[in-house]
Structures are given as structure tokens and as C-alpha cells.
Design a protein around this ligand. Sequence first.
Ligand code: NAD
Ligand code: NAI
Ligand code: ISE
Length: 337
Amino acid sequence: MTLNIGVIGTGAIGRDHIRRCSKVLQGSRIVAVNDINRDNAAKVVSDLKLDAKVYDNGHDLVKAADVQAVLVTSWGPSHEEFVLAAIAAGKPVFCEKPLAVTAQGCKNIVEAEAKHGKRLVQVGFMRPYDQGYRALKQVLASGQIGEPLMLHCAHRNPTVGEAYTTDMAITDTLIHEIDVLRWLLDDDYVSVQVVFPRKSAKAFPHLKDPQIVLFETAKGTRIDVEIFVNCQYGYDIQCEVVGETGIAKLPEPSSVQMRSGAKLSTEILTDWKDRFIDAYDVELQGFINDVLAGKLTGPSAWDGYAAAVTADACVAAQLSGEIVPVTLPPRPAFYNK
Ligand code: NAD
Ligand code: NAI
Ligand code: ISE
């Protein structure tokens, strides 16, 4: 069976997900695309030689009779309205992170999905599908380094555009760590604080970059995450877990070691598309398989909500400089695995 997919948002990741769903993965085809920039959507269809209709608005795409599932890859503030539309149409929807830009927006989605009575939403948190994070989680589960006490993490992008603002370091970038570390530690956050080091002259004047976010979890683990989105040198994701009897580190992406010009070197990637290429393939193949089997199992609307509650607390901590509590209601039985 082949799943007919409609995609809303044909920018960087929309285009990449369309490529994978039409050329790489099994069991799906792209039948509809939409973007507020219509030329952008039409160009993807012609570049990838797709047999897909270009819609003038996302709501018509969601309602189209031949669209069986929806991918939302437009910019963050538009996600909530399209996910709610897909739920109203009873169609499964894969939504890129963030599920919505506020916790209230995510709650609206959780409530609509629960009212529908069956899971329809998967959020594009792909790091739990990354082989490196999976290997790290296995080490923690094996008990080889004892209980995790501290984590030192970094999320570095080479540069960001002028539209990127200080709060987006949380809602657009840190949101990945918020999700994956909760999954990695099987724990929830209880408080956050944000500290601003000296600002890099490479960042636009309105952007505070870098930032350090400090988390405390329910089990008492302390986490520091450096977010540095104008680091210049590459796309670099680091995660080191300090346990009671040892240290475990996220593996580096594999790269040929070179001896040349009096230097011993390995390449550093520069683009998230390459760093997590396998993880995106696995998460979307999982979504397609699950939709065809009639049961979603990937990151849920509740995971999107939990991340957004934490992100809201981090944004409040950016503004106040204080330690801000994170209060997450208990997970409804509907979302139990
Ligand atoms: P982008 O700006 O390149 O693309 C977004 C596209 O959405 C643009 O073409 C824009 O015209 C379109 N768009 C915006 N609002 C729309 C609307 N209401 N209806 C239809 N189209 C709309 O952005 P991107 O880098 O592709 O990011 C898109 C989403 O994917 C964001 O939510 C981002 O956070 C997420 N993302 C996730 C990852 C990841 O690692 N999981 C990586 C990149 C982006
Ligand atoms: P982008 O800016 O390249 O693309 C966004 C696209 O959405 C643009 O083409 C824009 O025209 C379109 N768009 C915006 N509003 C729209 C609307 N109302 N209707 C239709 N189209 C609309 O952005 P990018 O990098 O592709 O990010 C898109 C989403 O993907 C974001 O939510 C981002 O956070 C997420 N993302 C996720 C990544 C991941 O690793 N999971 C990586 C990069 C982005
Ligand atoms: C982007 O939207 C992503 O999701 C990338 O994974 C992240 O590294 C980047 O900072 C975001 O802007």
C-alpha cells in the first residue's frame, strides 16, 4: 500500500522531507504541496519531477480527498492551525518541531486529539531516532556508568539569519535538547535558569548569542546546555553524561581521519540536514509505516506539549534572570505507551 501525503511548507526542511518521502523511503508518495510562497512550492514539484498538485492554501490541501496524511513543515507559528485542521479532518499529521510556539497552543492540540479518540499527531523530534543518542541511552540503561549526575551539552549552528531572535534559541533550537534529554534520562525537568555570557560580535545586534541554559530534573540531575548559533566553524552537537562511576559521550558523526599538510584532522559537518540525515529517514519511515498499520508510536502531541511547557519556562527565565519552576501536569492515560 502507498500512503498519499500532502506537505504544507516547502522551505529547507519541507523540501528535504519531500525528497525523502518521494525518492528514499518506502510506501509513500507526495500528491499535494502548499507554501505561502507559491513559486517555492511549484519549484519543488518541478525540481523533483513530482506528480503533485500545488494548493493555494494549506486548509484546502488538508481537505483534499486524495491526501491521506499531512506533513507540516511551514514555519513554527503556523503549525498549530494546520495540525488542528488535520485532526478535524481525521487525518494523521507529522508536524515539525515545535508542535506550537506556546504551551497553550500544544494543549489545544492535545485536547483536540483526545476528543478525536485516537492518536493522529507525530512531532518531528528526530534525535531519539539518531543512532548515537540510542547508543548513549543503551549505555545509561546498562548501568555501566551508574546513575547520571550531570550532563554537559552544546548545540552549535554556524550562523543564523536576521529573522532569528533571542527567544528562538529556546523555541527553535534548544527544543531538541529539551525533548531528547527528557527521553534519554527518562526524567522530567523541575526548574530552569538562563545565563548570558559575553555576546559574540558575529551575532546580529538584536540577538543574545551564546546562551547557557541550566536545568534541574525531578531525580536531581543537573544539565548545562550551551546554545551558540553563530559559532562559525560548523554544526556541532555535544552531549556528555557524568555518572557515578564513569562518563559517556555522544559519538561524533563518522568521518575519515586525515594526515595531510602537517595536520591530523577529521571533518566537522556544517548543516543539520547532514548531521541527522539518517535520523530523519528513520523517523519518517516510522511515521509512514505506523499510519499504514493504523497506530502511531513516535513522539506524540504530549511530548510536544511537555517540550513547550519547558520552553515557556526557559523564555521566562531569559527575561527574568531567575530560576523558574517547570510544572508539567501528569501525562493523560491516552498518551501512555
Ligand atoms: P523554512 O523557512 O526553510 O521553510 C518554511 C517554509 O514554510 C517556507 O517555505 C514558508 O514559506 C512556509 N510557510 C510558512 N508559513 C506557512 C504557512 N502558513 N503555510 C504554508 N507554508 C508556510 O524553514 P525550515 O528550516 O524548513 O523549518 C521549517 C520547520 O521545520 C520549522 O518548524 C523548523 O523548526 C523545523 N525544522 C526542524 C528541523 C529538525 O532538525 N527537526 C530542522 C529544520 C527545521
Ligand atoms: P524555512 O523558512 O526554510 O521554510 C518554511 C517554509 O514555510 C517557507 O517556505 C515558508 O514560505 C513556509 N510557510 C510559512 N508559513 C506558511 C504558511 N502559513 N503556509 C504555508 N507555508 C508557509 O524553514 P525550515 O528551516 O524549513 O523550518 C521549517 C520548520 O521545520 C520549522 O518549524 C523548523 O523548526 C523545523 N525544522 C526542523 C528541523 C529538525 O531538525 N527537525 C530542522 C529545521 C527546521
Ligand atoms: C532548526 O530549526 C533545527 O531544528 C536545527 O536542528 C537546529 O540546530 C537549528 O538551530 C534550528 O534553527
